[in-house]
Design a protein around this ligand. Structure first.
Ligand SMILES: *Cc1c(COP(=O)(O)O)cnc(C)c1O
Length: 366
Protein backbone atom coordinates (compact mmCIF):
# COMPACT_ATOMS: atom_id res chain seq x y z
CA UNK A 1 0.00 0.00 0.00
CA UNK A 2 1.38 3.40 -0.90
CA UNK A 3 1.08 6.07 1.74
CA UNK A 4 -0.59 9.30 0.52
CA UNK A 5 2.01 11.59 2.14
CA UNK A 6 5.12 9.45 2.00
CA UNK A 7 5.31 7.49 -1.20
CA UNK A 8 5.21 10.36 -3.65
CA UNK A 9 6.91 10.73 -7.00
CA UNK A 10 9.38 13.65 -6.96
CA UNK A 11 7.89 17.06 -7.71
CA UNK A 12 9.00 18.00 -11.22
CA UNK A 13 10.49 21.35 -12.17
CA UNK A 14 7.61 21.84 -14.61
CA UNK A 15 5.05 21.35 -11.85
CA UNK A 16 6.95 23.71 -9.54
CA UNK A 17 7.01 26.34 -12.31
CA UNK A 18 3.29 25.89 -12.95
CA UNK A 19 2.58 26.56 -9.25
CA UNK A 20 4.63 29.76 -9.50
CA UNK A 21 2.58 30.76 -12.55
CA UNK A 22 -0.64 30.18 -10.63
CA UNK A 23 0.58 32.48 -7.83
CA UNK A 24 1.45 35.10 -10.47
CA UNK A 25 -2.08 34.85 -11.87
CA UNK A 26 -3.60 35.22 -8.41
CA UNK A 27 -1.59 38.43 -7.96
CA UNK A 28 -2.25 39.62 -11.52
CA UNK A 29 1.49 40.21 -11.89
CA UNK A 30 3.93 40.06 -14.78
CA UNK A 31 6.85 40.21 -12.34
CA UNK A 32 8.97 37.19 -11.51
CA UNK A 33 7.39 35.11 -8.77
CA UNK A 34 9.73 33.06 -6.60
CA UNK A 35 8.22 30.42 -4.35
CA UNK A 36 10.44 30.05 -1.32
CA UNK A 37 10.80 26.86 0.65
CA UNK A 38 9.91 28.17 4.07
CA UNK A 39 7.31 30.10 6.03
CA UNK A 40 6.63 33.70 4.91
CA UNK A 41 9.28 35.12 7.20
CA UNK A 42 11.84 33.60 4.78
CA UNK A 43 10.97 35.79 1.75
CA UNK A 44 10.19 38.72 4.06
CA UNK A 45 13.73 38.61 5.47
CA UNK A 46 15.32 37.63 2.13
CA UNK A 47 13.77 40.60 0.33
CA UNK A 48 15.03 43.09 2.94
CA UNK A 49 18.52 41.62 3.17
CA UNK A 50 18.70 41.50 -0.62
CA UNK A 51 17.79 45.12 -1.25
CA UNK A 52 18.76 47.15 1.86
CA UNK A 53 22.24 48.13 2.96
CA UNK A 54 24.25 50.97 4.53
CA UNK A 55 23.31 53.29 1.65
CA UNK A 56 19.57 52.75 2.16
CA UNK A 57 17.21 55.14 3.94
CA UNK A 58 14.06 53.20 4.68
CA UNK A 59 10.66 54.49 5.67
CA UNK A 60 9.33 51.73 7.91
CA UNK A 61 5.59 51.96 8.50
CA UNK A 62 4.57 50.32 11.76
CA UNK A 63 0.91 49.38 12.11
CA UNK A 64 1.53 46.23 14.15
CA UNK A 65 4.23 43.82 15.32
CA UNK A 66 5.52 42.84 11.85
CA UNK A 67 6.53 46.42 11.10
CA UNK A 68 8.69 46.32 14.23
CA UNK A 69 10.44 43.19 12.98
CA UNK A 70 11.11 44.67 9.53
CA UNK A 71 12.62 47.79 11.14
CA UNK A 72 14.99 45.56 13.12
CA UNK A 73 16.10 43.70 9.97
CA UNK A 74 16.59 46.97 8.09
CA UNK A 75 18.77 48.37 10.90
CA UNK A 76 20.69 45.09 11.02
CA UNK A 77 21.43 45.51 7.28
CA UNK A 78 22.97 48.91 8.03
CA UNK A 79 20.09 50.95 6.63
CA UNK A 80 19.05 54.27 8.16
CA UNK A 81 15.48 53.71 9.31
CA UNK A 82 12.76 56.34 9.60
CA UNK A 83 9.97 54.75 11.64
CA UNK A 84 6.41 55.89 11.02
CA UNK A 85 4.31 54.31 13.76
CA UNK A 86 0.56 54.78 13.82
CA UNK A 87 -1.77 53.73 16.64
CA UNK A 88 -3.08 50.20 16.18
CA UNK A 89 -6.69 51.37 16.02
CA UNK A 90 -6.09 53.12 12.69
CA UNK A 91 -4.37 52.65 9.33
CA UNK A 92 -1.56 54.77 7.95
CA UNK A 93 -2.53 57.38 5.34
CA UNK A 94 -0.78 58.28 2.10
CA UNK A 95 -0.60 61.83 3.47
CA UNK A 96 1.49 60.65 6.43
CA UNK A 97 3.81 58.87 4.02
CA UNK A 98 4.06 62.02 1.89
CA UNK A 99 4.97 64.03 5.00
CA UNK A 100 7.68 61.54 5.90
CA UNK A 101 9.21 61.95 2.42
CA UNK A 102 9.03 65.74 2.79
CA UNK A 103 10.90 65.55 6.10
CA UNK A 104 13.42 62.96 4.81
CA UNK A 105 13.83 63.38 1.04
CA UNK A 106 16.64 60.79 1.08
CA UNK A 107 14.15 57.94 1.69
CA UNK A 108 14.63 55.35 -1.08
CA UNK A 109 12.82 52.34 0.40
CA UNK A 110 9.31 51.97 1.83
CA UNK A 111 8.35 49.02 3.99
CA UNK A 112 4.67 48.42 4.59
CA UNK A 113 2.42 45.67 5.94
CA UNK A 114 -0.80 45.55 3.93
CA UNK A 115 -3.14 44.01 6.51
CA UNK A 116 -2.15 43.01 10.02
CA UNK A 117 -3.93 39.98 11.40
CA UNK A 118 -2.40 40.85 14.77
CA UNK A 119 -3.90 44.34 14.97
CA UNK A 120 -6.82 44.10 12.54
CA UNK A 121 -6.05 47.09 10.34
CA UNK A 122 -5.49 47.37 6.60
CA UNK A 123 -3.52 50.05 4.80
CA UNK A 124 -4.16 51.91 1.50
CA UNK A 125 -1.40 50.24 -0.51
CA UNK A 126 -2.35 51.72 -3.89
CA UNK A 127 -2.20 55.32 -2.62
CA UNK A 128 1.07 54.72 -0.78
CA UNK A 129 2.52 53.02 -3.86
CA UNK A 130 1.80 56.17 -5.83
CA UNK A 131 3.83 58.24 -3.38
CA UNK A 132 6.69 55.72 -3.41
CA UNK A 133 6.69 55.79 -7.23
CA UNK A 134 6.73 59.60 -7.38
CA UNK A 135 9.77 59.58 -5.13
CA UNK A 136 11.51 56.68 -6.87
CA UNK A 137 11.61 54.57 -3.71
CA UNK A 138 11.58 50.79 -3.74
CA UNK A 139 8.29 49.51 -2.32
CA UNK A 140 8.30 46.39 -0.11
CA UNK A 141 4.97 44.91 0.98
CA UNK A 142 3.97 42.16 3.41
CA UNK A 143 0.70 40.88 1.95
CA UNK A 144 0.66 37.63 3.94
CA UNK A 145 -2.49 38.52 5.86
CA UNK A 146 -4.29 40.31 3.03
CA UNK A 147 -3.92 37.89 0.12
CA UNK A 148 -7.15 35.96 -0.32
CA UNK A 149 -9.06 38.35 1.94
CA UNK A 150 -8.81 41.49 -0.21
CA UNK A 151 -7.24 42.44 -3.56
CA UNK A 152 -3.43 42.32 -3.70
CA UNK A 153 -2.22 43.88 -6.97
CA UNK A 154 1.55 44.43 -7.01
CA UNK A 155 1.72 45.65 -10.64
CA UNK A 156 -1.22 48.05 -10.43
CA UNK A 157 0.07 49.43 -7.11
CA UNK A 158 3.75 49.67 -8.01
CA UNK A 159 4.92 47.15 -5.43
CA UNK A 160 8.49 45.98 -6.07
CA UNK A 161 8.61 43.16 -3.54
CA UNK A 162 5.29 41.59 -2.61
CA UNK A 163 5.40 38.72 -0.12
CA UNK A 164 2.53 36.31 0.39
CA UNK A 165 1.89 33.19 2.42
CA UNK A 166 -0.98 30.75 2.02
CA UNK A 167 -1.74 30.05 5.67
CA UNK A 168 -4.19 32.88 6.36
CA UNK A 169 -7.05 33.80 4.01
CA UNK A 170 -5.91 31.45 1.24
CA UNK A 171 -6.62 28.54 3.56
CA UNK A 172 -3.39 26.81 2.53
CA UNK A 173 -0.13 25.54 4.00
CA UNK A 174 2.28 27.58 6.15
CA UNK A 175 5.53 25.96 5.07
CA UNK A 176 6.05 27.60 1.67
CA UNK A 177 5.57 31.21 0.58
CA UNK A 178 6.16 33.49 -2.38
CA UNK A 179 7.48 36.87 -3.40
CA UNK A 180 6.99 38.81 -6.62
CA UNK A 181 10.09 40.75 -7.60
CA UNK A 182 10.12 43.73 -9.99
CA UNK A 183 12.97 44.50 -12.39
CA UNK A 184 13.89 47.46 -10.16
CA UNK A 185 14.12 45.19 -7.13
CA UNK A 186 16.35 42.70 -8.99
CA UNK A 187 18.57 45.59 -10.06
CA UNK A 188 18.89 46.80 -6.46
CA UNK A 189 19.83 43.33 -5.32
CA UNK A 190 22.38 42.89 -8.09
CA UNK A 191 23.96 46.21 -7.08
CA UNK A 192 23.94 45.38 -3.36
CA UNK A 193 27.29 43.91 -2.29
CA UNK A 194 25.65 42.68 0.92
CA UNK A 195 22.77 40.86 -0.76
CA UNK A 196 22.91 37.22 0.38
CA UNK A 197 24.47 34.87 -2.17
CA UNK A 198 25.03 31.13 -1.84
CA UNK A 199 22.64 31.34 1.11
CA UNK A 200 19.19 30.04 1.98
CA UNK A 201 18.19 33.72 2.21
CA UNK A 202 19.34 34.47 -1.31
CA UNK A 203 16.75 35.52 -3.88
CA UNK A 204 19.59 36.15 -6.33
CA UNK A 205 20.52 32.46 -6.15
CA UNK A 206 16.98 31.56 -7.21
CA UNK A 207 17.09 34.10 -10.02
CA UNK A 208 20.40 32.79 -11.30
CA UNK A 209 19.87 29.06 -10.81
CA UNK A 210 16.16 28.81 -11.45
CA UNK A 211 14.34 31.76 -13.07
CA UNK A 212 17.05 32.91 -15.49
CA UNK A 213 18.04 29.30 -16.18
CA UNK A 214 14.62 28.69 -17.72
CA UNK A 215 13.12 26.91 -14.67
CA UNK A 216 14.27 23.52 -15.95
CA UNK A 217 16.02 22.09 -12.88
CA UNK A 218 15.28 22.81 -9.24
CA UNK A 219 18.31 24.03 -7.26
CA UNK A 220 17.48 21.72 -4.35
CA UNK A 221 14.77 19.33 -3.22
CA UNK A 222 11.53 21.26 -2.75
CA UNK A 223 9.22 21.01 0.26
CA UNK A 224 7.10 18.59 -1.65
CA UNK A 225 4.08 18.19 0.62
CA UNK A 226 3.74 21.93 1.12
CA UNK A 227 4.08 22.56 -2.62
CA UNK A 228 1.28 20.07 -3.31
CA UNK A 229 -0.83 21.70 -0.61
CA UNK A 230 -0.16 25.13 -2.13
CA UNK A 231 -1.19 23.83 -5.53
CA UNK A 232 -4.40 22.36 -4.09
CA UNK A 233 -5.16 25.61 -2.29
CA UNK A 234 -4.65 27.65 -5.49
CA UNK A 235 -6.88 25.21 -7.41
CA UNK A 236 -9.59 25.57 -4.80
CA UNK A 237 -9.44 29.38 -4.96
CA UNK A 238 -9.57 29.27 -8.77
CA UNK A 239 -12.51 26.89 -8.74
CA UNK A 240 -14.71 29.00 -6.46
CA UNK A 241 -13.22 32.27 -7.70
CA UNK A 242 -10.91 34.63 -5.80
CA UNK A 243 -13.70 37.22 -5.64
CA UNK A 244 -15.95 34.76 -3.78
CA UNK A 245 -13.19 33.95 -1.28
CA UNK A 246 -12.59 37.65 -0.67
CA UNK A 247 -16.33 38.30 -0.32
CA UNK A 248 -16.53 35.62 2.39
CA UNK A 249 -13.78 37.39 4.35
CA UNK A 250 -15.36 40.83 3.87
CA UNK A 251 -18.66 39.48 5.18
CA UNK A 252 -17.02 37.75 8.14
CA UNK A 253 -15.36 41.02 9.18
CA UNK A 254 -18.48 43.12 8.63
CA UNK A 255 -20.67 40.62 10.51
CA UNK A 256 -18.24 40.50 13.43
CA UNK A 257 -18.09 44.28 13.65
CA UNK A 258 -21.87 44.73 13.34
CA UNK A 259 -22.48 41.88 15.77
CA UNK A 260 -20.13 43.23 18.42
CA UNK A 261 -21.59 46.73 18.15
CA UNK A 262 -25.07 45.29 18.81
CA UNK A 263 -23.84 42.91 21.51
CA UNK A 264 -23.03 45.62 24.02
CA UNK A 265 -21.27 44.58 27.20
CA UNK A 266 -18.54 47.14 26.58
CA UNK A 267 -16.88 45.17 23.78
CA UNK A 268 -16.22 47.23 20.63
CA UNK A 269 -14.30 47.01 17.35
CA UNK A 270 -10.65 47.91 18.07
CA UNK A 271 -10.21 49.60 14.68
CA UNK A 272 -12.67 52.51 14.69
CA UNK A 273 -13.20 53.14 10.98
CA UNK A 274 -14.76 50.31 8.94
CA UNK A 275 -12.62 51.25 5.93
CA UNK A 276 -9.45 50.72 7.96
CA UNK A 277 -10.54 47.33 9.31
CA UNK A 278 -8.91 44.28 7.73
CA UNK A 279 -11.19 41.66 6.16
CA UNK A 280 -8.82 38.90 7.33
CA UNK A 281 -9.38 39.27 11.09
CA UNK A 282 -11.31 41.50 13.47
CA UNK A 283 -9.81 42.88 16.65
CA UNK A 284 -11.99 43.94 19.58
CA UNK A 285 -11.34 46.19 22.56
CA UNK A 286 -12.47 44.95 25.94
CA UNK A 287 -14.02 47.28 28.52
CA UNK A 288 -11.53 48.58 31.13
CA UNK A 289 -12.61 46.16 33.87
CA UNK A 290 -12.21 43.04 31.70
CA UNK A 291 -8.86 41.55 30.74
CA UNK A 292 -8.91 40.30 27.14
CA UNK A 293 -6.89 37.14 27.81
CA UNK A 294 -9.29 36.21 30.59
CA UNK A 295 -12.31 36.84 28.37
CA UNK A 296 -10.82 34.69 25.62
CA UNK A 297 -10.01 31.87 28.04
CA UNK A 298 -13.63 31.91 29.21
CA UNK A 299 -14.98 32.02 25.67
CA UNK A 300 -12.85 29.05 24.64
CA UNK A 301 -14.14 26.94 27.54
CA UNK A 302 -17.31 26.20 25.57
CA UNK A 303 -15.49 25.47 22.28
CA UNK A 304 -11.67 25.44 22.23
CA UNK A 305 -11.63 25.20 18.43
CA UNK A 306 -13.00 28.73 17.91
CA UNK A 307 -10.54 31.12 16.21
CA UNK A 308 -10.33 33.49 19.20
CA UNK A 309 -7.09 34.77 20.70
CA UNK A 310 -5.93 37.59 22.93
CA UNK A 311 -3.59 40.21 21.46
CA UNK A 312 0.15 39.62 21.76
CA UNK A 313 2.32 41.16 24.50
CA UNK A 314 0.80 44.16 26.25
CA UNK A 315 -2.27 43.94 23.98
CA UNK A 316 -3.34 40.76 25.85
CA UNK A 317 -4.94 43.09 28.38
CA UNK A 318 -7.25 44.92 26.00
CA UNK A 319 -7.43 43.17 22.61
CA UNK A 320 -9.40 40.14 21.47
CA UNK A 321 -8.64 38.78 18.00
CA UNK A 322 -11.33 37.02 15.96
CA UNK A 323 -9.27 35.19 13.33
CA UNK A 324 -12.08 34.56 10.88
CA UNK A 325 -9.85 33.59 7.96
CA UNK A 326 -9.56 30.63 5.64
CA UNK A 327 -12.06 27.94 6.64
CA UNK A 328 -13.20 30.17 9.54
CA UNK A 329 -14.54 32.90 7.24
CA UNK A 330 -18.10 31.63 7.55
CA UNK A 331 -21.33 32.75 9.12
CA UNK A 332 -21.36 29.68 11.42
CA UNK A 333 -17.94 30.50 12.86
CA UNK A 334 -18.66 34.20 13.28
CA UNK A 335 -21.97 33.42 15.02
CA UNK A 336 -20.24 30.88 17.26
CA UNK A 337 -17.61 33.47 18.21
CA UNK A 338 -20.25 36.09 19.04
CA UNK A 339 -22.12 33.52 21.11
CA UNK A 340 -19.00 32.43 23.01
CA UNK A 341 -17.99 36.03 23.69
CA UNK A 342 -21.50 36.78 24.93
CA UNK A 343 -21.41 33.82 27.34
CA UNK A 344 -17.97 34.82 28.58
CA UNK A 345 -19.03 38.42 29.19
CA UNK A 346 -22.11 37.18 31.06
CA UNK A 347 -19.96 34.86 33.17
CA UNK A 348 -17.77 37.85 34.04
CA UNK A 349 -20.87 39.76 35.18
CA UNK A 350 -21.51 41.97 32.13
CA UNK A 351 -24.88 41.87 30.39
CA UNK A 352 -25.10 41.44 26.61
CA UNK A 353 -27.76 41.23 23.92
CA UNK A 354 -26.82 38.13 21.92
CA UNK A 355 -30.01 38.04 19.88
CA UNK A 356 -29.44 41.58 18.56
CA UNK A 357 -25.82 40.72 17.86
CA UNK A 358 -26.73 37.68 15.77
CA UNK A 359 -29.44 39.65 13.96
CA UNK A 360 -27.06 42.50 13.18
CA UNK A 361 -24.49 40.02 11.90
CA UNK A 362 -27.07 38.19 9.80
CA UNK A 363 -27.90 41.26 7.70
CA UNK A 364 -24.36 41.32 6.38
CA UNK A 365 -24.26 37.88 4.75
CA UNK A 366 -25.48 37.56 1.15
C1 LIG B 1 0.65 35.88 9.74
C2 LIG B 1 1.52 36.93 9.21
C3 LIG B 1 2.81 36.65 8.78
C4 LIG B 1 3.40 35.28 8.86
O1 LIG B 1 3.83 35.00 10.14
P1 LIG B 1 3.36 33.80 11.06
O2 LIG B 1 3.22 34.42 12.40
O3 LIG B 1 4.47 32.81 11.01
O4 LIG B 1 2.08 33.23 10.55
C5 LIG B 1 3.56 37.69 8.27
N1 LIG B 1 3.07 38.93 8.18
C6 LIG B 1 1.83 39.24 8.59
C7 LIG B 1 1.33 40.63 8.47
C8 LIG B 1 1.01 38.25 9.12
O5 LIG B 1 -0.22 38.57 9.53
Amino acid sequence: MTHPFLDLAPLSAARFASIEDRVARLLGTEQDVVIMQGEALLPLESAIRGTAGPGTTALNVITGPYGQTFGDWLRDCGATVVDLAVPYHTAVTAEQVREAFAAHPEIDFVSLVHAEAATGNTNPVGEIGEVARERGALFYLDAVASVGAEPVLPDAWGVDLCVIGAQKAMGGPAGVSAVSVSERAWARMAANPRAPRRSYLSLLDWKERWTDAGRRALPHAPAQLEMLALEACLERIESVGAEAVMARHRSAAAATRAGVRALGGGLEPYVHDDREAAPVATTLRTPPHITASELVARALETDPSLPLAAGGGALAKEMVRVNHYGPAATRETVDACLTALSSALTALGTGTDLRSALEAGATVWP
